[in-house]
Structure formats: C-alpha cells, structure tokens
Ligand binder design. Structure first.
Ligand SMILES: Cc1ncc(COP(=O)(O)O)c(C=O)c1O
Length: 490
C-alpha cells in the first residue's frame, strides 16, 4: 500500500520553481533536480579548488579522497557492502551495460586463444528489457535467447540446459531462439528490475537463483527504471552486475554507474583496451610492447579521468534527497500511492456512451498499490468513443500544448510493444517497410497502434499533477468530442 507524502506539496514551490505552471510526468525519462542540490553544488564548485584526481597536488589528492568517499556513500545507499561490491562510474546506464558486454566478449575471446574453435558467450534477456540491454546480443555470435515471460526464466533457471519438458515446449514454440546455454558455457542473463514501459517490477530473486543453479552464467540487473523510485538491496539480491543512471534518481548529474560483485574480477583478465588510469606501466615500443594493469576493479575499468565534478554533484544530490524525502522506501510508498491514484482515475474515465477513454497496458490482474510489484509508471492508449485509438504522438502533442509533459512511442522497449500491443516479428518488419521508425513513428498501421503514451511519477510528483493530467484527458477527449464520436459508431 502506498502512502502520500504531503510534505512534497510544501517543498514544490521552493525546491522546484522550474515546475511552476507545468505538469511534468516523464520521471522515467529523467526526474527533475531540486534547487537546493543545484545551489549547494554551485557553492561547492565556486568555493573549492578540485584538481584532476590523477595529479598529486593538494586539490588533486583531495579530489581523489572525495571520490573514494562518494563511492562508499553510494555503495551504502544501494545497500551493497564495500567488501563484496565495487562501483564503477560511467557515462550512463547504457555505457554500463555495454561495458559488461565487452567484458564478456573479451573474456570469451581470451579463453579461446590458441584453441581451434572460437568461443563466444551466451546471452539471455527478458522480454521487458530496454534496447540498451537487447544490444548486448550483438557481442555474441548469434548465441542469445529472448525470454518471453517470467515462467520461461524460472524454468530455465531450474533446468539450465533445457532438460524440462516445459522448457522444450517453450523452445519449440519459439523456433527462432537458440537453445539455452550448456551448463559450463560462459553466459550472461539480463533483466530490468522494473519495466520502463509498464512500470511492472520484476522478480529480484533471479540473480541468487542463477548463481546457485548455473555454473558459469552471471546476472546483469538493469536497475535504471527501478532505482528511480525504489531502494536497491544489492547485498540481498546479489546481482553480479547492476547498471543505473543517476539523473533518473536525482535529476542531475548526467552520470551512470556499474556496481560489480568483486568476485567477477576474473572476468576482467582478458579485457583488451587500456587507458590512462587503468595501467601502472606501459612500454610503448613495438619490440617489447608491454603493460601492467592496475589492481582493483574500478581502477581497471574507469578509463581516463573519471567525471569527478559529476561525482561530487551526486554527493550533493544524495544529501539533498535525504533531507527532502527521507529514504528511497518513503519515495517508493509515495509513488505507489500516486500510481494507484492515477490508475483508478484513468480507469474510471469513460465517454458519454460508457466506453473507456484509456486502455492501460500491463499484466492481467496487476496490483497497482503494491510497491513490490509495480513502480510509478503507466503505459496506455487513448481511445475515442468508437473504440479507435488516438495517435500517441497526437496525445503527447496535445498534452504538451496544455503544459502537461508526458512521453509517447515505443519507449526503447521492443518486447513490451510486441507483447502488449500484439506485434509479431513479421508485423514489425512490415511496419518498418511501410516507413515506421522509432525516431519518425507512423503511430499505427492497419489501425493498430505501434506505440503507447506513458506517464511516470517521481519523488516530487503531487496529486495536483495527476489531477492536471486527468483534467487534460477529460477536456480533450471526452467533451465535447464524445458527442461527435457517438455519431461515428456504426
Ligand atoms: C530500464 C532502462 N534501461 C536502460 C536505460 C538506458 O539508460 P541511459 O539512457 O541513461 O543509458 C533506460 C533509460 O530510460 C531504462 O529505462
């Protein structure tokens, strides 16, 4: 059950003056930074000298120490013990995911050196995955599998080589898939903690179960959408790799992180590239070319100068967030309340002929007020009174004109679009041939939508924001259009 944090209404004017007269409902895209965190960061930057942490002057050494402190604070924030986990700063969640893909590719290449057969790694990904996760399959030699639902993942974890009759049935139904990994083959399984399309929160026990049941398959938790409004319990869930972007939690800075279990270090031994910061010695001459790598995981992976001022900005954002909101658990309860509030309001919107205004996409029987199962995101289409859907770009543009900022499209979530809107691979190929592009959508082909409208809530969202959304939907799509629409029903 959610709990509304009324205090947010009190801080909105002072800490979010940029939101005055606007309804911002795209927190899954990015949340909005609080003024006090920006102010304290600006004060810090204008009163201190921070040097490049690779240098040895006082400002540089202090910058290096401060980065170490922020690393520890963040591990604590994500409930990851520093004995077991390290945190690597990267540009964003996609960079973290790509880095994991490269680690596996390089390790598989390194293992096959001197052997006749080139080995690759196996990659499995859940259907709710973001494009940035799906892209890891390009690092494999076609050795990947799309898991169409949670049950397929559960069956695979229990029978990793596909021995169960259940898995065989699934494989036959899914002829394009490669077989699940052989028991000793290097593998990586990735899934989002929360769907960025529907807001559904996925099982978090998979990492530990994979670890316990598969000998050589590792887990990548995409926490980008989940961590926006939920605490992470890394020690409890034990994912081998976790990726996220800080702007989604705090609104700024544009920085990402990869949290790595320290026992993964053996996978770094064949990493191909080195850079300033990742090596202790380099011999540049062709003859005798040699280099010695650094020791700990973040030093091995943070290439060049880390985004040190952005790392300091994260510290300001973290401190301000705690002052304004308490804990991530409080935020999760707040957004759960709002999601349920918005869902009920949208669900009860009807045209004057009694037909629904919104069709909402999610699992059958979704429990909207359980923060374990649902995050602060709702994906939907707007319907006319005759049941035909309004183009999602049209809805986004109309909302925009009313200062209601939402998101529309396929949301970089191809599995969600395929499942919830019923698009087969052949349908999608035909839509592409007909000119549909994510960047230039056709909106619908054959009268079927090929994207959705999405609203998403953050720590600073209030009930008034949702009331503004519902007022916009009512005004734009129920009156006076419904009377007109009624005449269109055949
Ligand atoms: C679930 C999920 N994964 C990955 C990403 C990619 O994040 P970024 O664009 O910060 O790299 C997003 C972005 O919206 C996301 O929602």
């Amino acid at each position: 059950m959610g709990t509304y944090n009324k205090n947010v209404e009190l801080i909105r004017d002072t800490d979010y003056p940029q939101l005055k007269n606007s309804t911002y409902l795209d927190h899954a895209g990015t949340t909005i930074p609080a003024k006090s965190s920006l102010d304290s960061f600006a004060r810090d930057m204008s009163t201190n000298i921070w040097g490049n942490p690779h240098s040895h002057s006082t400002p540089s050494r202090e910058a290096g120490h401060r980065i170490d402190e922020v690393r520890l604070k963040l591990l604590h924030f994500f409930n990851a013990s520093p004995e077991d986990y390290d945190i690597v700063f990267v540009a964003n969640a996609s960079a973290a995911i790509k880095l994991v893909g490269e680690i596996f590719r390089d390790y598989a290449d390194g293992q096959s050196k001197g052997k006749k057969k080139n080995s690759s790694f196996w990659f499995g990904y859940h259907r709710d995955s973001h494009n940035s996760v799906v892209g890891v399959r390009e690092f494999t030699n076609g050795n990947f599998r799309w898991f169409a639902n949670d049950a397929e993942v559960d069956a695979w974890i229990q029978y990793p080589t596909g021995k169960s009759s259940h898995t065989q049935e699934i494989s036959q139904a899914n002829l394009a898939q490669t077989e699940p990994t052989k028991i000793d083959q290097l593998g990586l399984f990735a899934w989002p903690g929360q769907s960025n399309m529907t807001g559904r929160r996925l099982p978090l026990t998979w990492a530990k179960r994979i670890h316990d049941n598969n000998r050589n398959t590792y887990s990548l938790l995409d926490a980008s959408a989940l961590c926006t409004t939920s605490p992470l319990y890394i020690d409890l869930w034990q994912p081998d790799f976790t990726c996220l972007s800080f702007y989604k939690i705090f609104g700024f800075p544009n920085l990402g992180a990869l949290i790595i279990k320290k026992t993964m270090k053996h996978l770094l031994k064949h990493r191909k590239y080195f850079a300033g910061g990742t090596v202790d010695m380099v011999i540049p001459e062709t003859s005798g070319a040699w280099h010695a790598k650094r020791e700990n995981i973040h030093e091995l992976l943070e290439e060049g100068t880390v985004a040190f001022t952005s790392i300091f900005a994260v510290e300001h954002a973290l401190n301000t967030h705690a002052i304004l909101y308490g804990s991530m658990t409080d935020i999760s309860l707040h957004t759960t309340y709002l999601t349920n509030y918005c869902y009920n309001a949208m669900h009860s919107l009807t045209h004057t002929n009694g037909t629904p205004v919104c069709i909402i996409y999610n699992e059958l029987g979704t429990i909207w007020d359980d923060p374990k199962l649902q995050g602060g995101t709702i994906a939907f289409s707007v319907l006319r009174a005759n049941g035909i859907s309004v183009g999602y770009v049209e809805v986004e543009q109309a909302a925009d004109a009313a200062n209601v900022y939402i998101r529309s499209g396929s949301l970089c979530n191809p599995g969600g679009i395929a499942i919830y809107l019923g698009w087969t691979p052949q349908d999608l190929r035909s839509a592409y041939a007909a000119g549909h592009r994510c960047s230039k959508p056709l909106e619908s082909t054959d009268g079927r939508p090929i994207g959705v409208v999405r609203v998403s809530f953050g720590s600073c969202t209030t009930k008034a924001d949702i009331d503004a959304l519902i007022a916009f939907l009512t005004k734009t799509y129920i009156e006076p259009h419904s009377r007109h629409d009624n005449f269109e029903i055949e």
